[in-house]
Design a protein around this ligand. Structure first.
Ligand SMILES: [Fe+2]
Ligand SMILES: [Fe+2]
Ligand SMILES: [Fe+2]
Ligand SMILES: [Fe+2]
Length: 321
């Protein structure tokens, strides 16, 4: 979770994070009359906004990982651990990520959301995945090179579909493209199938980008539905499913993300404790010092939630013994 997020930041490039620094001036410079959430981004300081973005990546990654851990717990005959992982995953997405996104002003108009997605997909298609594929090939990680190349092509198709949808939304003419079909990838417990340290780091960065794309597109879908644009909502939902069930899942297989339920619980406990004791309290202090009181209160409340998650996972681990 945050261990991963922080490493991701150090590695340097996460698709949507970079997009949010470059293109989505969108979220930072919403036009007059933009929805309250889009304007909210201007209401928090730069450090708080960066912390909210880090939080969103961690929460999106936790959501995606815990759902896979839940499926693994079911496979091993631990249904109560499976339920705990899934209910915790829902909290990470529906409460923590959603609230961080509201404070960061992630969701704007349908057109603004499409522009943000076009920028993210363009970066992933043209820069990130091509670079990752070349590095994996150089290092002899051929399976990863092949996967990164396939995903790069998918992201180009996502960009094209979102561009078309943007034209439809802004001109009122034409048809929003049909959503893509996800080829769902199963993620059994297994060891990493890559060798080079930088391939592993790139997989970690990529998984965070995919998990975040899924989460953002899910929020954008809800906004499209609320504003009566059902075809656009379907495009967001179908693309979100590809990001999670195909891209994130395919990368998770190569990364060896899912292990035994015991190991998954231990990893979850370590991440939750770091969030509860270090990451979120630090963000809360910074937000308070900057006068971002709503964000400070969100970070404090989330730290308390993560401490409860750590305790629940620890109890589940004790029951397995
Ligand atoms: Fe969380
Ligand atoms: Fe995509
Ligand atoms: Fe993707
Ligand atoms: Fe948590």
């Amino acid at each position: 979770m945050f261990r991963h997020s922080i490493r991701t930041l150090l590695v340097g490039v996460c698709a949507l994070a970079v997009a949010s620094q470059t293109g989505p001036a969108l979220a930072l410079a919403a036009p007059a009359g933009a929805p309250a959430q889009a304007r909210a981004a201007r209401a928090v300081g730069a450090q708080t906004l960066a912390d909210l973005n880090t939080a969103m990546k961690g929460e999106a990654f936790a959501h995606a990982s815990y759902n896979l851990y839940g499926t693994q717990a079911d496979r091993e005959g631990h249904p109560s651990a499976g339920r705990l992982f899934r209910s915790t995953a829902r909290t990470e997405l529906n409460e923590h990520l959603r609230e961080a996104a509201a404070l960061a002003g992630v969701v704007g108009t349908n057109a603004a959301n499409l522009r943000q997605a076009v920028n993210g997909e363009t970066y992933e298609h043209q820069v990130m995945y091509r670079g990752f594929a070349a590095q994996a090939r150089q290092d002899g990680d051929m399976k990863a090179a092949e996967l990164f190349t396939e995903i790069a092509a998918d992201e180009g198709r996502h960009r094209d579909a979102f561009r078309t949808a943007l034209t439809v939304v802004t001109t009122g003419h034409g048809t929003v493209p049909a959503p893509p079909q996800a080829n769902e990838v199963a993620v059994p417990a297994g060891l990493p199938q890559v060798h080079a340290a930088r391939t592993r780091a790139n997989l970690d960065t990529a998984m965070h980008g995919e998990a975040l794309a899924y989460a953002k597109y899910t929020l954008f879908a809800a906004h499209a539905r609320q504003t009566g644009n059902t075809a656009l909502a379907r495009l967001w939902e179908g693309t979100a499913a590809v990001e999670l069930h195909e891209h994130f899942a395919g990368e998770a297989v190569l990364a060896g993300l899912v292990r035994s339920t015991r190991e998954n619980l231990r990893k979850a406990i370590t991440g939750e404790r770091a969030e509860a004791t270090t990451v979120y309290p630090g963000f809360a202090r910074q937000a308070a010092a900057a006068g971002d009181t709503a964000a400070a209160s969100f970070f404090r409340g989330t730290a308390a939630d993560e401490a409860r998650h750590a305790a629940a996972f620890q109890a589940a681990l004790n029951r397995l013994r």
